[in-house]
Write a protein that binds this ligand. Structure first.
Ligand SMILES: *[C@@H]1O[C@H](CO)[C@@H](O)[C@H](O)[C@H]1NC(C)=O
Ligand SMILES: *[C@@H]1O[C@H](CO)[C@@H](O)[C@H](O)[C@H]1NC(C)=O
Ligand SMILES: *[C@@H]1O[C@H](CO)[C@@H](O)[C@H](O)[C@H]1NC(C)=O
Ligand SMILES: *[C@@H]1O[C@H](CO)[C@@H](O)[C@H](O)[C@H]1NC(C)=O
Length: 336
């Protein structure tokens, strides 16, 4: 999720113009729906979370027309946020009692639920999805992005405390694992600091994160035991007038694709040198209206969720426009 207010307009370092990748809307939810995050299942279907209902949806992007399927409603919560896969077809999703108006979460209501799709068997060709509570993060304030550190350890970004929690899903216990000044929110409301988090494997591996209030992408080097090997360093700043929400990497880790929130576009950043270009969407278009997150499919399609302009409407020909939260396909190809 992103800030309702424009972040500091940091100097635009290296935004170049380039040909845009083709985009195609796969599905649009009703107006007023904020889609927050997505993950791609091994079968290619896409799981989607929402800040405007306590729901986990699935969309198969290969059926025409695409349809939404409700996988689960978390009846004791109001929203679903970050989601990450640990082992094939097992996912952990952040669920909480949050308010989009105040951008705050009821104390003690941040939880991680386990979602598992058992493989079909001859006796049970259509097994039911399994949903169970994995952990309650009672000390967390506003959990946002999630990623998998090891098959038994989930990291979640706390946008208000400006830290990253580590949850051991075998025990359900959590502790603050990373903190850095670059993760903190600013004093200005609503104060969404650290947002998306992802590990880029390598020697060393890096923990990348976005900070929405500071409108930047940063990284922390990791020791082999997955502790911080140094302070966070800035990779790049969001283009002027935009911010960063969640992001993903290409398969080689050469490029990060970032959702630019009120920029209504996708930014491509080279991990080697921080060089940045806008590669899809346009600030004046509802094609990618207020993007929230992105994931690259094995088919070379970058799947993007959007908030539809619910917080910051898209201005088209002088008119403020809101659309329903979208699932958009950006054809980036596999050669990126
Ligand atoms: C799931 O929750 C949403 C939002 O509260 C509600 O509109 C919908 O009817 C629910 N669906 C089911 C099947 O309970
Ligand atoms: C979350 O909201 C549900 C439904 O409104 C309520 O029953 C529950 O007590 C709340 N939990 C917390 C921890 O606020
Ligand atoms: C992790 O590795 C670093 C570097 O070898 C070491 O300094 C640190 O004590 C280790 N931390 C833990 C918790 O094992
Ligand atoms: C968006 O629209 C504004 C106002 O019409 C215009 O000044 C600006 O150049 C447009 N931006 C882009 C990227 O097309």
């Amino acid at each position: 999720m992103r800030s309702h207010y424009l972040p500091l307009l940091l100097p635009l370092l290296s935004t170049l113009t380039t040909a845009l990748y083709p985009t195609k809307q796969i599905y649009q939810f009703p107006v007023g729906t904020w889609l927050e995050n997505l993950v791609i299942r091994p079968c290619g279907s896409i799981l989607i979370t929402s800040l405007t209902s306590p729901s986990l949806y699935q969309i198969n992007p290969f059926t025409t027309p695409a349809q939404e399927i409700l996988i689960h409603n978390f009846t004791d919560a109001t929203w679903t946020v970050g989601i990450t896969q640990t082992t094939p077809d097992t996912f952990y999703v952040i669920v909480a009692n949050g308010s989009l108006q105040t951008l705050s979460v009821a104390p003690g209501s941040n939880r991680l639920y386990r979602i598992s799709f058992p493989p079909p068997s001859p006796h049970n060709p259509n097994p039911n999805v399994e949903v169970s509570l994995a952990a309650t993060l009672s000390g967390a304030r506003l959990l946002n992005g999630a990623t998998t550190l090891t098959p038994n350890e989930i990291l979640t970004a706390d946008s208000v405390l400006g830290i990253i929690w580590l949850t051991d899903i075998t025990t359900g216990s959590s502790h603050p694992a990373f903190s850095d000044p670059l993760m903190l929110p600013t004093a200005a409301p609503p104060g969404i600091g650290i947002n998306g988090i992802k590990i880029l494997p390598g020697i060393p591996s890096y923990l990348y994160f976005t900070n929405s209030a500071l409108a930047l992408l940063a990284k922390i080097p990791l020791h082999p035991n997955n502790t911080a090997a140094g302070p966070a360093e800035i990779v790049t700043h969001a283009p002027a007038g935009t911010s960063y929400d969640d992001f993903t990497f290409d398969i080689f880790g050469n490029i990060a694709f970032l959702a630019t929130s009120q920029g209504n576009s996708i930014a491509e950043v080279k991990t080697r040198n921080g060089k940045q270009e806008i590669v899809a969407g346009n600030v004046n278009s509802t094609k990618i209206a207020e993007p929230t997150s992105a994931q690259l499919g094995g088919d070379g399609v970058l799947y993007v969720t959007t908030a539809g302009g619910l917080a910051v409407p898209v201005v088209v020909g002088g008119e403020e426009v809101r659309v329903g939260g979208q699932l958009v396909a950006v054809e980036v190809g596999l050669g990126v």
